[in-house]
Write a protein that binds this ligand. Structure first.
Ligand SMILES: *[C@@H]1O[C@H](CO)[C@@H](O)[C@H](O)[C@H]1NC(C)=O
Ligand SMILES: *[C@@H]1O[C@H](CO)[C@@H](O)[C@H](O)[C@H]1NC(C)=O
Ligand SMILES: *[C@@H]1O[C@H](CO)[C@@H](O)[C@H](O)[C@H]1NC(C)=O
Ligand SMILES: *[C@@H]1O[C@H](CO)[C@@H](O)[C@H](O)[C@H]1NC(C)=O
Ligand SMILES: *[C@@H]1O[C@H](CO)[C@@H](O)[C@H](O)[C@H]1NC(C)=O
Ligand SMILES: *[C@@H]1O[C@H](CO)[C@@H](O)[C@H](O)[C@H]1NC(C)=O
Ligand SMILES: *[C@@H]1O[C@H](CO)[C@@H](O)[C@H](O)[C@H]1NC(C)=O
Ligand SMILES: *[C@@H]1O[C@H](CO)[C@@H](O)[C@H](O)[C@H]1NC(C)=O
Length: 524
């Protein structure tokens, strides 16, 4: 047995291992069955902890949801007919609805609504949006928190054990106008107009799906910043603010919100100041040569990035936090983020700003972004005619994950980052609010989110008053997986090993955070 195993493994081990072959090598050999057993055991430990923490809100469990408005049946999706998904996903509803009651309204948004699974609660409605601007929320559905998932490198869709439908119902909306399957011409120039259009759509949605009126609403989303679209992806705080400021607009009770890897403040804060610290933290992942490391250190020194965190990110803060230079983006000669990106690609052409651990080869992606390169299905999943027909999507629209047009007109989004405007208000008005950040995200860097938080005043004080403790985020069945800190209605999470899309890369942690947000557990 040992002989056979040795023969199969030796070619893989290389010369050094062969020379070192001795009694101790036995322990290093592991066959396929053992390996899979170990992984299955680890997965089982996570599952074993699934019953929710006690003492909190208890879900009543779900009876089937039925919609009495006959129009609802136009949107019904039979869960056995979703292409490539070879089990019954259960009932769901999808299609286009206009952003106003005007019979001539040309602007329509595409949605896909899933009722709660058997373990979920009927009392809530989770709204999910991706960022961009112009990126489709169907990415979240298929690769993050929906009931079935088809992520990079997966041969087939699989059931998502950590689907948020286990918590309650979830509504994915492709918004604003100009995104995904939505119809009509974009005409917005800021986030308040975006929120007004979304609320207009929600009114039409609640007319058809009346049984969802009166539910507790949780707004959730993730914010991707595209180069060239500086203040992108700030949707959730602005939508929340609009709803809190127009309490009669929707028959829903907004209760809390989630933003993950969000654009909250200036680019220089969320991308530049922490970039070189980030490289030091992950030195062996970046594998830069010493000359380049020395160069980065000198730029960080010259541009006011080096030592910024030690000096200014104190608990409590000592006053408003200064910019490191003159620009809110990067002063001339101070764009270290771009230099790091270029250099990372030189040694690792598969380097992924959304999850820095990726190496060659780039994984197959059915959505064509942000995995991809040439490893892309053609046509991409939501652009297949059979998929479009199954979900009542307009067959004549070419779907892409992120829109090629600007969804904000006349020069783009004019809104300021939410930390300077609406974020304090929406934290103050919510029962719970969570800001979540993947620690392996390089497009937006967690340490930058800390700077934004320490510079923001909500509920009467600036920033967190006490430090964020290491290893404070304990995920059931896993142990410490990052940090968490709560003060005055805001909980901040940093999730280790997760890239930009936290529900995709760390689904167990994301699920637990949602349980906390929704009151299904007392503690983060
Ligand atoms: C809910 O509907 C499904 C079919 O969609 C059916 O199989 C199930 O028995 C129903 N459950 C209840 C509790 O009515
Ligand atoms: C819709 O458009 C038609 C044709 O332009 C027009 O006659 C009608 O008054 C419009 N209806 C409304 C409610 O604006
Ligand atoms: C979600 O529900 C499915 C089906 O009931 C179950 O197998 C799974 O363990 C649940 N997951 C969580 C995280 O509760
Ligand atoms: C955009 O168009 C809608 C009609 O679809 C209109 O009600 C709205 O006022 C327009 N918004 C802006 C900002 O021009
Ligand atoms: C809001 O929804 C609740 C629950 O469905 C319903 O009882 C109530 O009549 C609705 N209110 C309005 C103003 O439509
Ligand atoms: C801190 O907030 C003030 C406004 O409240 C702003 O002027 C300043 O640029 C912010 N500093 C950073 C580092 O974002
Ligand atoms: C070190 O890295 C920099 C940045 O990628 C590159 O320009 C330079 O050629 C590298 N030096 C060596 C010796 O590889
Ligand atoms: C696609 O068809 C819809 C009607 O189903 C129409 O309103 C829309 O303008 C068409 N879009 C394109 C790009 O042809």
């Amino acid at each position: 047995m040992f002989g056979a195993l040795k023969r199969t493994l030796l070619p893989l081990l290389g010369a050094a291992a062969v020379l070192g072959l001795s009694a101790s090598v036995d322990a290093k050999l592991i066959n396929k069955a053992d390996l899979h057993a170990k992984q299955a055991e680890a997965a089982a430990r996570i599952r074993a902890n699934l019953p929710r923490a006690t003492g909190a809100r208890v879900s009543t469990g779900v009876k089937n949801i039925t919609f009495t408005n006959p129009r609802a049946s136009e949107f019904y999706v039979d869960g056995t007919t979703i292409p490539e998904v070879d089990w019954d996903v259960g009932p769901s509803w999808s299609g286009l609805l206009p952003i106003s009651s005007d019979p001539n309204e040309t602007r329509q948004l595409f949605f896909w609504f899933f009722p709660p699974g058997p373990q979920g609660s009927l009392d809530d409605l989770i709204f999910w949006t991706n960022g961009g601007p112009g990126c489709s929320s169907l990415e979240g559905l298929l690769q993050e928190n929906g009931p079935f998932q088809w992520s990079y490198g997966q041969a087939h869709p699989t059931q998502n054990e950590f689907s948020w439908t286990n918590l309650s119902s979830i509504l994915f909306v492709e918004q604003p106008v100009g995104t995904g399957f939505s119809l009509g011409k974009p005409n917005i120039t800021n986030e308040d107009e975006l929120a007004a259009q979304l609320v207009g759509f929600m009114q039409q949605f609640l007319d058809v799906f009346q049984e969802l009126q009166g539910k507790k609403l949780y707004l959730t989303g993730e914010s991707i910043a595209h180069e060239g679209a500086q203040y992108a992806g700030m949707y959730v705080p602005y939508i929340a603010n609009y709803i809190y400021e127009h309490p009669q607009a929707l028959n829903l009770s907004l209760t809390g919100f989630w933003v993950s890897d969000p654009v909250l403040g200036w680019d220089v804060v969320q991308e530049q100041i922490p970039a070189v610290d980030f490289v030091h933290k992950y030195e062996n992942v970046f594998s830069f040569n010493e000359t380049f490391m020395a160069h980065l250190d000198s730029v960080a020194e010259r541009c006011g990035y080096a030592g910024y965190v030690e000096k200014h990110v104190t608990f409590p803060p000592k006053g408003l936090l200064p910019l490191p230079g003159k620009s809110v983006e990067a002063d001339p000669g101070c764009d270290v983020w771009d230099e790091i990106f270029e250099a990372a690609l030189a040694v690792n052409p598969a380097f992924n700003i959304y999850r820095i651990f990726d190496t060659w080869p780039i994984l197959w992606d059915v959505l064509g972004f942000p995995g991809s390169f040439f490893q892309t299905q053609s046509p991409i999943y939501f652009d297949r005619e059979d998929v479009k027909r199954a979900i009542h999507a307009p067959v004549n629209v070419t779907w892409s994950e992120c829109s090629n047009i600007n969804v904000f007109t006349r020069g783009g989004d004019r809104s300021l980052p939410p930390a300077f405007t609406v974020l304090p208000n929406v934290i103050e008005k919510s029962e719970r609010a969570v800001i979540v950040h993947g620690l392996a995200d390089f497009i937006l860097i967690a340490e930058g989110a800390r700077i934004v938080i320490q510079n923001m005043t909500w509920n009467g004080q600036q920033g967190f008053q006490t430090p964020i403790e290491e290893d404070s985020f304990i995920v059931d069945g896993m142990g410490a997986l990052g940090t968490t800190h709560t003060e005055r209605g805001l909980t901040y999470f940093e999730v280790a090993l997760s890239g930009h899309m936290v529900p995709q890369f760390s689904p167990r942690a994301a699920f637990q955070i949602m349980e906390y947000l929704m009151g299904f557990r007392e503690t983060p």
